[in-house]
Ligand binder design. Structure first.
Ligand code: CP
Ligand code: NVA
Length: 305
């Protein structure tokens, strides 16, 4: 084992070679489930949820089972963290019981505090700032359906949110072109965009969704109202109405373009039914691949060979 735990906090914080190894391992786990047998025997993952989840919760728990380990779930409703025990103390205590910790929370500083004080690997299961495990699964899904993502064109359409930021990090690390179409009011932080460009990424921002999607290899979107933003629902729906991914928008992408969405989806808002349930959509594979991409992440964090 290395001296410092191998955290998986964000796509921009892991070496590109390591990210590639994780994806390839995820692909192998999917092809040959038996190759995972016993790799994490006797290991336990703690999962802290301060926000709702279906995919993240189930795919991490099932992934640990496939690897021969197990998982413990904590929510803020029934843990002392939910009553104010500090993140620092939670990190110290959990590190005495478990081999890795996954957290889904609002404030990214909680993730970083947890990682600072834990002596075991910490995995980002979504914060308001990013969702790296999802984008790892998305890259695996793109490559499963098409080919290596390097130099392909990915069009993000809709809210500039946590998913967009992880796509931006991935554009730097995997070297694909990312076109981001958002209303001006919901643009990503210019600091993040500037960083990606300074790293040599081919990233462009658009206010016209059609411009971003023209000739793209993949069109992707997400909910218009992320968890924690419900108070802004009406304002967001109005701002984002011109950014709905519908059949007409998809016809502007390459004829073999795929459609992705991290789910949960809201048919009739960010995407129309004909697109998400149509032939170009790969959303169910994307959800399935959370399992295998995260098994790759867990195996890397826990140095399982
Ligand atoms: N895509 C995703 O993270 O789904 P959940 O919120 O259900 O975990
Ligand atoms: N942007 C969404 C992603 C859900 C998986 C949210 O944060 O709610």
């Amino acid at each position: 084992m290395s001296d410092r735990p191998r955290h998986f906090l964000d796509i921009d914080r892991v070496h590109p070679g390591t990210l590639r190894q994780i994806i390839e391992r995820g692909k192998r786990f999917k092809k040959d489930r038996a190759s995972a047998n016993g790799l994490l025997a006797g290991k336990t993952l703690a999962m802290i949820f301060e926000k709702n989840s279906t995919r993240t919760r189930v795919s991490f728990e099932v992934g640990m089972n496939h690897l021969g380990g197990n998982a413990v779930v904590m929510s803020d409703r029934d843990s002392q963290m939910g009553r104010g025990e500090t993140v620092e103390d939670t990190a110290r205590v959990l590190s005495r019981y478990v081999d890795a910790i996954m957290i889904r929370t609002d404030d990214p500083s909680k993730l970083h505090t947890l990682a600072k004080h834990a002596t075991v690997p910490v995995i980002n299961g979504l914060t308001d700032a990013s969702h790296p495990c999802q984008v790892m699964a998305d890259i695996m899904t793109y490559e499963e359906h098409r080919e290596f993502i390097k130099r392909k064109v990915i069009a993000w359409v809709g809210d500039g949110n946590n998913m967009t930021t992880s796509w931006l990090h991935a554009a730097v690390q995997f070297q694909f072109e990312l076109r981001i179409a958002t209303p001006p009011e919901l643009r990503l932080s210019q600091g993040e965009i500037g960083w990606a460009k300074s790293e040599g990424a081919k990233v462009s921002e658009h206010t016209d969704a059609k411009e971003a999607v023209a000739g793209a290899d993949c069109v992707t979107t997400d909910t218009w109202v992320s968890m924690g933003h419900d108070a802004e629902r009406d304002k967001r729906l109005a701002l984002l109405a011109p950014y709905q991914v519908d059949g007409a928008l998809m016809t502007l992408a390459k004829p073999d373009a795929i459609f992705m969405h991290c789910l949960p989806a809201h048919r009739g808002e960010e995407v129309t039914e004909d697109v998400i349930d149509g032939d170009q959509s790969v959303v169910w594979d994307e959800a399935e691949n959370r399992l295998y991409a995260q098994m790759g992440i867990l195996a890397w964090c826990l140095e399982a060979t």
